[in-house]
Design a binder for this molecule. Sequence first.
Ligand SMILES: NC(=O)c1ccc[n+]([C@@H]2O[C@H](COP(=O)([O-])OP(=O)(O)OC[C@H]3O[C@@H](n4cnc5c(N)ncnc54)[C@H](OP(=O)(O)O)[C@@H]3O)[C@@H](O)[C@H]2O)c1
Length: 432
Amino acid sequence: MDVLKADPLHPLQAGFGFGGYIPRALDAAAVQDLPALSPDESWMRLALLESMEGIGRSSPNPPVGAVLVKEGRLLSKGATLAYGDRHAERVALDAVTDRSQLVGATCYVTLEPCAGIGKQPPCVEALLASGISRIVVGARDPHPKAAGQGLKALTQAGVAVETDVLGGECRAWLFPFLAWQQLQRPVVIGKWAQTLDGHLADDHGRSQWISGNKARAYTHWLRQKYDAILVGVGTALADAPSLTVREAAPPLHRQPHKIIFDPKGRLCNGQSAVFHNLRQGLQKSGPVLFHAVETPHWKPEPWMEAFKDVLEPVLMPPQCSWLEFLRLLDQQHRTRFGRELQSIMVEGGAQILTLLVRDELLDALQVFIRAGILGGSRHRIGRLDPRDGASAPPTNPMLDLNARHDFQLVATQQLGDDVVLECAHRRFTFWN
Ligand SMILES: NC(=O)c1ccc[n+]([C@@H]2O[C@H](COP(=O)([O-])OP(=O)(O)OC[C@H]3O[C@@H](n4cnc5c(N)ncnc54)[C@H](OP(=O)(O)O)[C@@H]3O)[C@@H](O)[C@H]2O)c1
């Protein structure tokens, strides 16, 4: 492999990335001046924008969008709006009151329709019964209940099928769902803001704010897209973050689950401001602050009584690997919410991100780069804690350039004085 090679996976239309159409995440009106595309691409873009309206609501079902069109006229739109609820295609079909309009119509859908029974009957049945004559699909779905079966049934019934229209854009938006199917463990997205010289904070540990307003608004949008946010205890103590969704353009559908990685239980010695801020956006029946600690070091402190409705310890066995830890979090989530933990956005700091790089567990990256130089010698990805022998070259896999360049560039977007680079690990087969 070439050193420092980073091929784009698929040339995406300008503005599209993991967050959908990124300018829409910052300003709902941004969709008014979209560049011209072919008619099929324009309708698919509308389906994708429709799916963005349901951000944060469908997980672990994919956030799909669909539109129905006849003779160049929009009949209806739909999105998957809740886990276990009607899929986008059915929502769009049900919205057409005059069913005769559906005969000969085209359905544009961002993800291949399902053919098997889950919490809902198969979408393919509804599409076949509707009388549509053409279906245009964005991304193929490797899920066993789809995986080409539905498209085969539609073709056999005489429905014209086209796939991969804005396929890259749809796959980027559906990344957590598609990646989860391949990995069968929570998908880990590393997110950080850095200066041009690679610093996540200055040498005093100050990082608020490296990125500007627009980059922060996009981060908030992403916080509701992914199922949980994880930060290291170093970050929780230094920044007292609230980790809420605040600044993105509406809709703001959910506040994320928050996970603090804290092997030594240092969070318990933190100041009350840390807890006060972390408690923002948490509700009794909703998001939970998972506090991950190693068992031998941890015992509940008396003050924790006040947070028992929101603070849930995940007891990590000593020497727990990151993979085991992800599975523990998933287990905890399933027990509490009855569904898998599909994706986690890790928002730093540099130590946590470095550990995840070391263990090859970062599945995607969203790196916000600020047009500024900070200097200093700390808070960079790749500076491992001395207990890992980071300074001994052969034990630091990050020093082997040929072995390390595992990511492909998916999208870039300028956000004020920042640029976000979005990359996916090369391990994913669904891009090809
Ligand atoms: N620019 C950004 O995007 C951004 C984002 C977040 C944070 N920050 C800045 O980053 C700083 C905090 O980051 P940080 O890197 O110091 O801390 P951190 O990554 O937030 O937390 C470090 C965690 O990793 C654990 N750890 C470290 N080495 C380990 C190892 N070898 N094995 C197991 N666990 C290990 C530590 O455990 P122990 O408790 O046992 O030490 C601690 O829980 C703050 O200044 C914050 O402002 C910047």
